[in-house]
Design a protein around this ligand. Structure first.
Ligand code: GRF
Length: 203
């Protein structure tokens, strides 16, 4: 499975993917990493792994649509089977997303549909949630609103602040993403008009 990864920052999920591939735990190849931020550490991780890394700033593009067209033409050029948004912090235009339905996933640090958007750990604390976690979902035009594929749950512990809780969630994000990618690579999961279809998947 050819993967294109979109990332805006630290790139720990990208690193988890690259590690899993290197260890033979995921039958996939990262064929390109793309970022809207030239300084994203994710781009350095890609280069260190010998993966083509591309930054494209949205500055100078007249609209979200125009930027997304430019970005996705770069992504399409590496012919990915699946696009993985791993900490990609830009809203994407409906047209670009809709053209890639079922071929683009996102990892989000909450138990969707709870706590969409930013600052999810603080949102969970503010809401008094006892359980928090992470979700992998197919990307649709609704922000963090696409069909959920798999989730990992973590307890919220007494004394947690957003940072501690984020750390506990992140530890679970990486194996969740790898397990999901493994099932997608095996062809066990697809999106159809009824939602996510699991065909012998072990998630
Ligand atoms: C992760 O928490 C991910 O769920 C969210 O953004 C963060 C990205 O982290 N979408 P990293 O860049 O993969 O380290």
């Amino acid at each position: 499975m050819r993967l294109a990864v979109l990332a805006s920052g630290r790139g720990s999920n990208l690193l988890a993917i690259l590690d899993a591939i290197a260890r033979g735990q995921l039958d996939a190849e990262v064929v390109g990493v793309f970022s809207d931020r030239a300084k994203a550490a994710a781009l350095d991780h890609a280069r260190e792994a010998g993966v083509p890394a591309t930054a494209l700033s949205a500055k100078g593009y007249p609209s979200r649509e125009a930027f997304d067209e430019a970005m996705f033409s770069l992504v399409d050029a590496v012919h990915p089977d699946l696009i993985v948004c791993a900490g990609y912090m830009r809203l994407m235009s409906a047209a670009s997303v809709n053209q890639r339905l079922g071929r683009m996933i996102n990892i989000h640090p909450s138990l969707l549909p709870a706590f969409k958007g930013l600052h999810t750990h603080q949102q969970a604390l503010d809401a008094g949630a006892a359980v928090h976690g992470a979700s992998v979902h197919f990307v649709t035009a609704e922000l963090d609103g696409g069909p959920v594929i798999a989730q990992a749950r973590v307890p919220v512990l007494p004394g947690d602040d957003a940072e501690r809780l984020a750390g506990r969630v992140l530890e679970r994000e990486h194996p969740l993403l790898i397990a999901t990618l493994r099932e997608l690579a095996a062809g066990h999961i697809r999106l159809n008009k009824h939602g996510v279809q699991y065909d012998g998947a072990t998630l």
